[in-house]
Design a protein around this ligand. Structure first.
Ligand code: ADP
Length: 614
């Protein structure tokens, strides 16, 4: 350790922030540091085991893949050593001095804002190693890479501002981490305490763990065991360790199959959706194994993208061990595997939703975007996913969600459509003139209030053969209702429609008398192929120069006093009738959220008020 080899580095700003948080905010769960370090050691040996299949020239090839933990009460140290892939000088700088995850900043802010316990999130963002500084005042990392040309190195840091790297000697392949414990945490230099922790957190790590020379864990791949032989405790420990998670999973799917391919899968559904906290897109976290050997911890394209919130393990003995990550997506076998598992996942959600609707509703509120994304992108599971969609409607209490299946149980005899309306909020939709005719007839209207909903329902098109129909569009046929009040005669109605069409000209595609309205005089309907207000808003958001001419079909309510009066006035005072006609159209456009420019409206309104006051 000559001084000449010593290089000092300072931490990236984000690391400093992270260290500060880790050291000062995590009071209760300090002990997880050991789980994090053992997990890194285990990951590193998994990588080595994988390299053994492809690389000939591995340094210290004969070393056993084991983890050795040693405690030294006198020296107040705890040491964790592995024979994994180790790190080169460049990797030490890259892995332990910078945060590769660009989401880390967002993580730090989200954590400050949300009041969430960092303990729930640590580990999910690759902050694992830094947990060592919760208990240590100095951390030494001895490292020798698997690469033939690797150096023997020592990385040292007090976890405050930076670290140094110097040459070391006498090292074998892998990483040895020495924690110099803080005075208040010397308990972690006690064998019994550490033993207890390993048993608790790392019992089924896929490699032997020795503590002071004694083997303490049972090596087992939980996912290969029979469901009935696994305890809840073991599942919990597996989820925490292998999935780097701290929450209690919402759901779990553990199954095996022999045909069409051999599969052993253990998949968890987390309780929290990290993307909701402004994180980057979640990386797939269902690892792919072949007979207990890790092939890819984050396989892209194995499961449909929308399932990226799942965590766990899929093991298939049929997958060739040396399959490369690049060719994986092209493999018919991998596609088959993904398809079988994704179907099981969708089925699992369906069953769970049925068994405990309340629980599913709470879960759905956090994860709805994934399901909607699935409907839009995952053609193979579209029908299954449609059963999982939840929404409020004109017949649900506020905040309570229903499914399309619920809707159909309430549908009228012979009703062959599912009616919906898209808008900004439940309150807005409830008072919308579109809804009134449906309410009057006891027909349920689904309320879609999420920006992506319109696109989702349009992709869906139908549910179990029932067409999904937007009630803001023209062409929705309704039965006669027993609305009160005498209607305008047929001939007069026709005349009034003709007058309005003539007067409003290009602004309307047609004017017709209809049965939808109860309390409103007129309503603006979007033509079958026209854009709804929601869609226009989206187009405008994407392109500030977006302009399209709004053309609507105007439906009049022949029972409404204003309409009846207008029919009269169109003969007696055409000039006033023209003003009223234009104003009625604008009012309808406002109610539909389709009026872009209100300047003429205001002028006309003023003129009308002047007249009204004589
Ligand atoms: P994560 O493990 O979530 O990526 P960590 O902060 O725990 O984040 O570790 C950062 C990186 O340091 C790891 O991704 C890995 O590349 C490297 N590393 C940590 N521990 C070891 C080890 N025992 N052997 C080899 N590499 C390691």
């Amino acid at each position: 350790m000559s001084e000449a080899t010593l290089e000092t580095h300072s931490f990236q700003a984000e690391i400093k922030q992270l260290l500060d948080l880790v050291v000062h905010s995590l009071y209760t769960d300090r002990e997880i540091f050991l789980r994090e370090l053992i997990s890194n050691a285990s990951d590193s040996m998994e990588k080595l085991r994988h390299l053994q299949g492809t690389e000939k020239d591995i340094h210290d090839a004969a070393l056993p893949l084991e983890i050795h933990v040693t405690t030294d009460k006198e020296a107040k140290t705890l040491t964790i050593a592995d024979h994994g892939i180790g790190m080169t000088r460049g990797e030490l700088v890259e892995n332990l001095g910078t945060i590769a995850h660009s989401g880390t900043k967002a993580f730090l802010t989200a954590m400050k804002d949300s009041g969430n316990s960092p303990a729930n999130m640590i580990g999910q963002f690759g902050v694992g190693f830094y947990a060592a500084f919760m208990v240590a005042e100095k951390v030494e990392v001895f490292s020798r890479s698997w690469r033939a040309e690797g150096e023997e190195l020592l990385w040292t840091s007090d976890g405050v501002s930076g670290y140094s790297i110097e040459d070391a000697s006498g090292l074998q392949r892998g990483v040895k981490i020495v924690l110099h414990l803080k005075e208040e945490h010397v308990e972690y230099a006690e064998e019994s305490r550490v033993k207890h922790l390993i048993e608790r957190y790392s019992n089924f790590v896929g490699f032997p763990i020795h503590l002071n020379g004694e083997r303490i864990n049972q090596v087992e791949a939980l996912w290969l065991k029979n469901k009935s032989d696994v305890t809840e405790e073991e599942y919990k420990a597996f989820y925490e360790f292998a999935c780097h998670a701290y929450d209690a999973p919402s759901y779990r799917l553990h199954f095996s199959a022999d045909a069409p391919i051999t599969i052993n899968a253990l998949v968890f559904v987390p309780n929290e959706n990290m993307e909701r906290w402004g994180m980057n897109k979640t990386e797939p976290a269902v690892a792919l194994y072949c007979k207990k050997v890790l092939i890819d911890p984050s396989p892209k394209g194995l499961l449909p993208d929308w399932m990226r919130f799942l965590k766990g393990v899929i093991d298939s003995a049929d997958i060739p061990l040396n399959i490369s990550r690049e060719t994986m997506q092209d493999s018919a076998l991998v596609r088959k595997l993904g398809s079988v598992i994704s179907k099981r996942v969708v089925k699992m959600f369906e069953k769970e939703a049925e068994a405990d609707p309340e629980k599913f509703q709470a879960f759905y509120k956090k994860f709805d975007r994934f399901f909607k994304e699935g409907v839009a992108m995952d053609h193979a599971n579209k029908d299954g996913l449609a059963k999982l969609l939840r929404f409020e409607s004109s017949m649900t209490e506020e905040g309570k969600l229903a499914s399309f299946a619920d809707y159909l149980t309430r549908a009228k005899d012979g009703q062959d459509k599912i009616y919906y309306l898209v808008g900004a909020s439940r309150a807005q939709l409830e008072t919308s003139p579109y809804v009134e005719a449906f309410k009057a007839r006891g027909l349920e209207v689904v309320y879609f209030t999420d920006a992506v909903d319109e696109y989702v329902v349009e992709t869906l098109g139908e549910f179990e053969g029932k067409k999904l129909v937007s009630i803001s569009h023209a062409g929705v046929e309704l039965d006669d209702s027993e609305s009160a009040g005498e209607a305008l005669g047929a001939e007069e109605t026709e005349k009034l429609c003709a007058f309005l069409k003539e007067e409003l000209g290009e602004k309307v595609t047609a004017v017709a008398s209809g049965k939808r309205l109860v309390d409103s005089p007129v309503i603006a309907l979007v033509p079958q192929d026209g854009m709804t207000s929601q869609m226009r808003r989206m187009m405008k958001a994407m392109d500030e120069n977006f302009k399209d001419e709004v053309k609507v079909e105007l439906e009049i309510n022949p029972r409404h006093p204003l309409v009846k009066k207008l029919a009269e006035t169109s003969g007696s005072n055409p000039e006033l009738a023209k003003l009223v006609a234009s104003q009625l159209l604008d009012n309808a456009l406002i109610a539909a959220g389709l009026l872009d420019d209100a300047r003429d409206t205001v002028k006309r309104m003023n003129a009308l008020m002047e007249r009204a006051m004589g």
